[in-house]
Design a protein around this ligand. Structure first.
Ligand SMILES: NC(=O)C1=CN([C@@H]2O[C@H](COP(=O)(O)OP(=O)(O)OC[C@H]3O[C@@H](n4cnc5c(N)ncnc54)[C@H](O)[C@@H]3O)[C@@H](O)[C@H]2O)C=CC1
Ligand SMILES: O=C([O-])C1=[NH+]CCC1
Length: 195
């Protein structure tokens, strides 16, 4: 669970998570409801589906119902980025992304905006089946795309990405464990998604 008071109801590999939160500083009373189901076969349904409810803390009335998909993608990647900023060795140049789903994309987007990685690697698993297109989507924004059918895919960055209006561009949608490896010193894991 990602928030104090979070609960998950288990139905085999199917979960309903409830994540209530109150912030006096933000004058916000809210909860996220999220189902996360093991994706089976060629199901097109996202494995994680979320809705955020916003209440008025003074009277308890429901004020807004928000789609939680984008919020989940951005928030999770943002937390990973903060942890990476604090923990990543200065020498890290290679970003390794395991999986090629929603979180892989949002992590890719923000990590390429905030950190000077020169290379991105994905796992062979990423290249299987429906994920093949997702990996192309992930990598196509880099100047020189390479998708070798080897044990991993490697993409070199040849020029820094520009930020839009001084802010990172969060243009497209994209959890997964994210590791930053120092180039020559083996496996210096910098960060992984908070759970
Ligand atoms: N900490 C948090 O707040 C959050 C955590 N998560 C977690 O992040 C993970 C990813 O979530 P999404 O991107 O939304 O899921 P997704 O279903 O969109 O993507 C999962 C990806 O992992 C790949 N994968 C599965 N097994 C693999 C293996 N053994 N080796 C390599 N790749 C493998 C799949 O092919 C797919 O590309 C999940 O474990 C999810 O529960 C998701 C949202 C929020
Ligand atoms: O914050 C979230 O949406 C989730 N955390 C673990 C699975 C889903």
């Amino acid at each position: 669970p990602t928030a104090p008071g979070s609960r998950a109801t288990t139905l085999s590999a199917r979960f309903l998570g409830v994540m209530p939160a109150y912030s006096a500083a933000d004058d916000a009373l809210t909860t996220k409801l999220v189902t996360f189901y093991e994706r089976r076969g060629d199901s097109a349904a996202p494995s994680h589906q979320a809705t955020v409810l916003l209440f008025d803390p003074r009277c308890g009335s429901l004020r807004a119902v928000l789609d939680g998909s984008v919020i989940t993608a951005k928030r999770t990647a943002a937390v990973s980025a903060i942890a990476t900023k604090l923990l990543m060795p200065r020498s890290a140049e290679v970003l390794c992304i395991l999986g090629a789903g929603v979180q892989a994309r949002s992590h890719y987007e923000i990590f390429m905006e905030l950190f000077p990685f020169t290379e991105v690697r994905g796992t062979r698993r990423s290249l299987l089946g429906a994920d093949r297109a997702a990996v192309r989507g992930l990598t196509s924004r880099l100047p020189k795309e390479k998708l070798p059918h080897a044990c991993h895919t490697t993409v070199k960055r040849t020029q820094p990405q520009r930020k839009q209006n001084g802010w990172p561009s969060f243009g497209r949608e994209s959890r997964g464990p994210i590791c930053a490896f120092p180039r020559r010193s083996g496996c210096g894991i910098a960060a992984s998604s908070a759970r």
